[in-house]
Design a protein around this ligand. Structure first.
Ligand SMILES: C[S@@+](CC[C@H](N)C(=O)[O-])C[C@H]1O[C@@H](n2cnc3c(N)ncnc32)[C@H](O)[C@@H]1O
Length: 312
C-alpha cells in the first residue's frame, strides 16, 4: 500500500479488542524501501511509507517512517520476526532502528486504510479499487478488494508486477490457473476477470482464505474461483495448470520448487514474485534444472518478478 495521506490518528479504543499491530520504523530515506521489504518478509500484510513526514509538511525529508501491519493475535511472533529481520541487516543504522509498536482496533484500522487505499491502475485493462470507491475507469475491469486480514491490495510492487504479468500471459486466457499464496485473492480474481474459467487459489493462512472468500463474492467470480487452505501436493493434485502464479517469499519458493514443477503443465508458465533483487540469484539456482527456463525477469523497486516456462 502506498502512502500520500495525512497522519494516521488510530489508537486502541478502551475495551475494544485490537485487530492489528502496527510496527513503525523510522529510518534514513534511502533505506525505506529495504525496510518495507523486511517488514513484508516478517509477515506484514501491508506497508505504508512516509505518511508522518508528509503530515508534518517536511519539504526535505531525510527520514521516513515505514509502517507494517500484523494480525494482533500473532503479536509475539510479529515482534520477534520484525526485530530479527532488522538485526539480520548488515547496515548498523537498521540494526539499531527503534520500532514503535501500537495496537489498532478493526474500526480505526479501517479508517486508516480509507486514507491510504487509492485505486491502482494495472497494465492496460485492470484497476484495483477499495469497496468504497465509486470512480469509473473507462473499460478497465474493476477488482474490488477489501484487505481484511490479508496481504494484497495491488499497491505493493510485487502484486502490481504480478497483475501486469498475468494480464500479458492470460491473453488469450488459459482454461485453468493456480494462485499459490492468494492473500486477499487479488490475483485469482484478476485471472477470473481476464477470462480464466477455473482458478484454484490456495493459502496456508485461514484468515487470508476468509478475506479472499469475501473478495471473490464481492467481485461476482465465486463460480470461477475455488479457494482452499489445503497444502499443495503435486502427487495428489487433480490437475496441472498452464498458468501458475506464486507471489510468496524466496524461502517458500525454493522449498516449493519440486511441487510447482509437478503442478505446471509442460509448456506452461510459472510467475514468481516476492523476491528481492539480492535474492534473485538464489531463486535462479533453485529453478536451474532443465525443466525450467527463465523467460523474463521484471524489476520494480527492490523486487523481481520472474516468468519461468516449464520445458519438459
Ligand atoms: C505476499 S502474500 C501475496 C498475496 C497476493 N497473492 C498478492 O500478490 O498480493 C503471500 C501469501 O502467501 C501465503 N503463503 C505463505 N506460504 C505459503 C505456502 N507454502 N502455500 C500457500 N500459501 C502460502 C501467505 O499466507 C500470504 O497470504
Amino acid at each position: 500500500m502506498a502512502a500520500t495521506a495525512r497522519k494516521a490518528r488510530a489508537t486502541v479504543t478502551r475495551g475494544t479488542r485490537a485487530a492489528w499491530l502496527e510496527a513503525a520504523v523510522r529510518v534514513p530515506i534511502d533505506a525505506a524501501e529495504r525496510v518495507g521489504a523486511l517488514l513484508v518478509e516478517a509477515g506484514s500484510h501491508g506497508v505504508v511509507t512516509g505518511v508522518r513526514e508528509l503530515a508534518r509538511g517536511a519539504r526535505i525529508r531525510r527520514h521516513e517512517t515505514v509502517r507494517g501491519f500484523f494480525p494482533a493475535g500473532d503479536a509475539v511472533r510479529a515482534r520477534l520476526a520484525v526485530r530479527a529481520a532488522l538485526n539480520r541487516n548488515v547496515d548498523p543504522t537498521l540494526r539499531r532502528a527503534p520500532i514503535a509498536w501500537r495496537e489498532l482496533d478493526a474500526r480505526l484500522w479501517e479508517m486508516d486504510w480509507r486514507e491510504h487505499f487509492q485505486p491502482v491502475v494495472a497494465g492496460r485493462s485492470l484497476v484495483v479499487v477499495p469497496p468504497w470507491n465509486r470512480e469509473r475507469f473507462g473499460t478497465r475491469r474493476r477488482i474490488v478488494i477489501h484487505p481484511g486480514m490479508a496481504f494484497g491490495t495491488g499497491q505493493h510492487a510485487t502484486t502490481l508486477s504480478c497483475l501486469e504479468t498475468l494480464e500479458r500471459l492470460a491473453s488469450p486466457p488459459p482454461a485453468r490457473a493456480l494462485d499459490v499464496g492468494t492473500g486477499t485473492g487479488i490475483l485469482a480474481i484478476a485471472l477470473a476477470k481476464l477470462g480464466v474459467r477455473v482458478v484454484l487459489a490456495v493459502d496456508t493462512d485461514p484468515q487470508a482464505i476468509a478475506a479472499a472468500r469475501a473478495n471473490v463474492r464481492r467481485n461476482g467470480v465465486a463460480r470461477r474461483v475455488r479457494l482452499s487452505s489445503v497444502v499443495l501436493d503435486a502427487r495428489t493434485a487433480a490437475h496441472r495448470y498452464p498458468l501458475v502464479v506464486a507471489n510468496l517469499y524466496v524461502d517458500v519458493l525454493v522449498a516449493l520448487e519440486p511441487t510447482l514443477a509437478g503442478l505446471v503443465t509442460p509448456g506452461g508458465a510459472l510467475v514468481t514474485s516476492g523476491v528481492l533483487r539480492a535474492q534473485q540469484a538464489r531463486l535462479r539456482r533453485a529453478f536451474a534444472s532443465p525443466r525450467w527456463r527463465l523467460a523474463r525477469a521484471l524489476r520494480r523497486g527492490a523486487w523481481v518478478t520472474s516468468v519461468f516456462t516449464r520445458e519438459t
